[in-house]
Design a protein around this ligand. Sequence first.
Ligand SMILES: NC(=O)c1ccc[n+]([C@@H]2O[C@H](COP(=O)([O-])OP(=O)(O)OC[C@H]3O[C@@H](n4cnc5c(N)ncnc54)[C@H](OP(=O)(O)O)[C@@H]3O)[C@@H](O)[C@H]2O)c1
Length: 276
Amino acid sequence: MTNEKKVVLITGASSGMGHESAKYFYDHGWIVYAGARRTQRMKDLQELGIHTHRLDVTDNESNKSFVEAAIKEQGRIDVLINNAGYGEYGPLEEVSLENVKYQFDVNLFAASELSKLVLPLMRRQKFGRIINVTSIGENVYMPLGGWYHATKAALGIWSDVLDMEIRQFGLRSIVIQPGGTQSEWGEIAIQNAEKNLMADSPYKKLVQVIKKVLTSHEITTTSRDLAKVFYKAATDAHPSRRYYRSLTDRIGVWIARNHPSLWRFGMRTMMDRMSR
Ligand SMILES: NC(=O)c1ccc[n+]([C@@H]2O[C@H](COP(=O)([O-])OP(=O)(O)OC[C@H]3O[C@@H](n4cnc5c(N)ncnc54)[C@H](OP(=O)(O)O)[C@@H]3O)[C@@H](O)[C@H]2O)c1
């Protein structure tokens, strides 16, 4: 039996943007499937009536049961939001290959595997959107974020290619590029940078500087603000290929793309100030 209500699948729903989006879509009458590893952090969502699932996006059996539950119970999937992600920060000389591979598993390959699972149904339906959450860090970059930026840049181009391939079926693949947003993301990135340092690392000072850069300015954008952007991308009649939360984010991306020397100069100046 096919449900008349629209159905959205959201990964990384135990915190931040994913958690707020689950509530936002639900409040707008959607059937929501919310996935994350920390199910206890989705209890409030479950109490609302959201379908919460233990989901480890790096485990394809886990991805399969998440998607299959939605198909079996609702018979349709309108939107998949590939939101789960984190920053494996650390000096490129020192981050282990194992951690680099895990970073790609979570931020890039999981999005691909989940998309493969929903696309056959979406093609049959002749409608559906895949929303991929990258970052302004797809274009702008800072020291210690090398592997994170690489995954987000890869996810962005992957999404653009997928969009070209699936438009013929009436489907879209869309990118959202958030800038700094209140969530657990920054703390986890800094913890990883510290964890990835070797005992005698020459990069200890750099980690302290980047910690200051990431925590120096007060972030005013909330995860709920981003939930509204996710919702717009899911519901716009003629969606864009890229969505930004603010003009500042858009300008940052424009500068990094078109005037990389200017971006690097700005970054160096800020780091010099922070290292004093
Ligand atoms: N906050 C920012 O400033 C910012 C800026 C640009 C882009 N982004 C991107 O926006 C997205 C959302 O981040 P956020 O800010 O909301 O961060 P967050 O508060 O740290 O939430 C990240 C979510 O990803 C999930 N996750 C991580 N690894 C996972 C795995 N292996 N399997 C399933 N879920 C996993 C986490 O759930 P579990 O740990 O419970 O599994 C959590 O729910 C991420 O892709 C992030 O890179 C964030």
